[in-house]
Structure formats: C-alpha cells, structure tokens
Ligand binder design. Structure first.
Ligand code: ATP
Length: 132
C-alpha cells in the first residue's frame, strides 16, 4: 500500500523527512490522525507533539508555532521550532519552565504574561516529549 511522506520543517532546518504509515498531531481544534488517502487538509497546530509510525516504530517530535498540511499523501509540517525527542535538552527546558513560572508567579510591570504562558507551554511540552 502507498504510504505517506512526512516533512517537518522549521526556518532553520528540515527536522524530519521520511516515509511513514501514520502521523498524529494536535490541531487547535483537537487531535487528528493522517493516513494515506486522507482528504486535503490544513490545520494550525497547538504547542505540543507530533508523532509518526513506521511499521512497529513510533517517533515523537516537539513542535510549536505552525501548521500541518496534507495533500497527495504528502504531509508538511511547517513550524517555528521542532525537535526530535532525543534532541531535546531537558535541562534547558527545565530552566525555561522555571523562568516562565517565576514570571507568572511574580509578574512585574515589564512581564509580558501571554509570552511567559507560551514559554511555559513550550517547556512543559518539551519535557513531556523528551520523556516519551
Ligand atoms: P529557551 O528559553 O530555552 O530558548 P524557548 O521556548 O524560548 O526556550 P524557542 O523559541 O521555542 O525556545 O526555540 C529557539 C530555538 O532553540 C529553536 O531552534 C529550538 O529548536 C531550540 N530549543 C529551544 N529549547 C530547546 C531545548 N530544550 N532542547 C533543544 N532545542 C531547544
């Protein structure tokens, strides 16, 4: 059976470019799964994880800030940041989480609260993907 081609691309690099059987992602309207022959679709993505299956192997990727598109069995995920679970620096994410929590717990006049909330979400999602 024909499979899917998956590309996960950031402004800096192509993080994933591979043939897969299935892609799962968190859209802003909920989780969705993509299999071969899926109808064309574009969805904005939540900060969180994308995973893909090839045979019996599953791979998790942290993503933030972008969208997924499928057309003609080709899935393109264009995001600001993406890291394979093995490439996540957990200590860095822990530091980012701590910084964001401090800003949100003690918000001074110069704290951009929505920005700190987004940073916290990215840090929590990175830690969660790295533990997969
Ligand atoms: P930080 O405050 O640690 O920079 P951030 O959430 O603000 O975290 P991003 O703006 O999402 O960082 O990403 C900036 C760049 O750094 C991207 O290339 C991203 O892939 C990389 N990056 C950020 N945090 C990590 C991490 N914990 N492990 C690996 N790469 C990371």
């Amino acid at each position: 059976m024909e499979g899917l081609r998956l590309d996960i691309v950031t402004p800096d690099s192509v993080v994933v470019s591979t043939d897969v059987d299935y892609v799962g992602a968190c859209g802003i309207d909920g989780q969705f799964g993509l299999m071969p022959q899926h109808a064309p679709l574009v969805s904005a993505l939540k900060i969180g994880e994308v995973y893909y299956r090839r045979g019996s192997s599953t791979t998790w990727v942290f993503v933030s800030g972008g969208f997924a598109q499928i057309t003609d069995n080709k899935v393109t995920i264009l995001v600001e940041s993406a890291e394979l679970a093995d490439n996540i620096d957990v200590e860095r994410a822990e530091r980012a989480k701590h910084r964001a929590e401090e800003r949100l717990t003690h918000p001074s006049a110069d704290v951009d609260v929505p920005r700190a909330q987004l940073a916290l979400s990215r840090a929590i999602a990175r830690i969660s993907v790295a533990r997969r």
